[in-house]
Ligand binder design. Structure first.
Ligand code: SAM
Length: 404
């Protein structure tokens, strides 16, 4: 992922290829309000719309609201990077609050555009009005909204991850979408699993930044002291495995991963003095069998990188690798509970062919797969205030289902 082009090249490309603003709207048909040609009216009559959509009984203004909601999403996606690129988030983090003229002057903005920009940022909550006592005599002062505040606060995993993902997302979405969809070659494809060593390191930096938080969320729903053997499939650089092994004296963990992260995991395990308790098995789960004989098989943030057919195969492999009565656990953001996350990530995967379709799945998809494979006692814990991750746990029956 480090080999992708730098985002600084993106803006100029887009500007050059965009039509001049004066052309904007020139070819759009304008329907008079109330006219039978108006889109919304046809919509309601259901004469020219897909039946499912028409049946949803959206009123014309719902459609119009939705239209602007789409465009406002584009505004948000453009204004956040502009704020970060200009360093306004960090400036406000350091200074606390600033008025619009101070922001304009400090960032050397063209005054009229700068003022409009500040108000736009406020209207999308990237800036909020600073509450500073009762003195309302001076100009309004602004401070970071919650998102830029999180991104500007040094040392937090959110600050690191949001900045990193934004950088990656901007590169992924800078490709010409029509040409991409028609099969244009992608100059700097992101490979998955990573092939270049630097990309493996970067992926695992991303993962390490959130691994212990994720594990904390999982542990609220599962007591790992109930099991003595566990297989952590795609277990990253063994951050989670080492944490669990260091706290649970009875637990033996095996981390399964492709060779580069497996090497990182071995280094990590050795540094933490856990070589007797945490083992590493190298392999590619797309073609290799998983090691067998475990009470628990964990897929933490793994299945959400793969399309349903591969996930089904991986859950079948988990079933095979579990002892009778053993459990499989899936921890990841589910599509139905994180719709915007799913859209943002899958949008970023469009140009990169190593990623399949529909990698984020709703809970129901996993329940169906687990049931069809023969798991029972399926329990799911939805995402909550503390985490985007849901946890699904299912059991392999003590005896094959037919004999139960
Ligand atoms: C998104 S990371 C999650 C890491 C860890 N489970 C966690 O939650 O922090 C996905 C992991 O799956 C591993 N992986 C990807 N493709 C794999 C494959 N074909 N075989 C084995 N492991 C794979 C990656 O190397 C990486 O460690």
């Amino acid at each position: 992922m480090t080999s992708v082009p730098s985002p600084s090249t993106i803006g100029s490309k887009l500007t050059l290829e965009s039509p001049p603003p004066s052309n904007f709207g020139a070819h759009l048909p304008i329907a008079a309000e109330g006219s039978p040609q108006a889109f919304g009216v046809r919509f309601l009559e259901g004469t020219n719309m897909d039946a499912d959509v028409a049946e949803s009984k959206w009123r014309p203004l719902d459609v119009e609201d939705r239209f602007y909601e789409f465009l406002a999403g584009g505004c948000r996606a453009t204004m956040l990077p502009a704020m970060i690129d200009l360093g306004l988030d960090r400036m406000l983090y350091e200074r606390g609050s600033m008025s619009a003229p101070e922001i304009v002057a400090a960032l050397a903005l063209e005054p009229t555009r700068g003022k409009k920009w500040v108000l736009l940022l406020k209207s999308i909550d990237l800036l909020v009005v600073a509450q500073e006592g009762d003195d309302t005599s001076g100009p309004v002062r602004y401070t970071n909204g919650p998102l830029p505040s999180a991104m500007a606060t040094p040392g937090t995993s959110n600050a690191y991850f949001y900045r990193e993902f934004l950088r990656y997302w901007r590169v992924a979405t800078s490709y010409d979408i029509v040409k991409t969809l028609r099969g244009a070659p992608i100059l700097h494809p992101v490979r998955y699993p990573p092939v270049a060593w630097d990309d493996t390191v970067l992926l695992h930096e991303w993962m390490r930044s959130g691994a212990l938080q994720t594990l904390k969320a999982v542990r609220r729903h599962f007591d790992f002291s109930e099991v003595r053997t566990m297989l952590d499939v795609g277990g990253g650089d063994a951050t989670m495995a080492c944490k669990l092994a260091s706290e649970l004296a009875e637990l033996q963990v095996t981390v399964f991963n492709v060779p580069q992260p497996a090497y990182m995991a071995r280094q990590n395990i050795s540094t933490q003095g856990l070589v007797e308790r945490v083992k590493v098995v190298e392999g590619d789960f797309r073609k290799d069998p998983l090691p067998e004989g475990f009470e628990l098989v964990l897929y933490s943030r793994v299945l959400a990188d793969w399309p349903p057919d591969i996930c089904r195969m991986l859950l079948e492999k988990a079933h095979n690798s579990l002892l009778p009565g053993g459990r499989v656990m899936i921890a990841e953001p589910l599509r139905d509970q994180n719709p915007n996350l799913a859209i943002a990530w899958e949008h970023s995967y469009l140009p990169y062919d190593d990623f399949g379709a529909w990698v984020y799945k709703p809970l129901a998809d996993y329940v169906t797969m687990l049931t069809e494979i023969g798991f029972t006692d399926i329990i799911s814990y939805p995402r909550d205030e503390a985490t985007i991750h849901s946890v699904i746990i299912a059991r392999k029956p003590e005896a094959p289902l037919a004999e139960v």
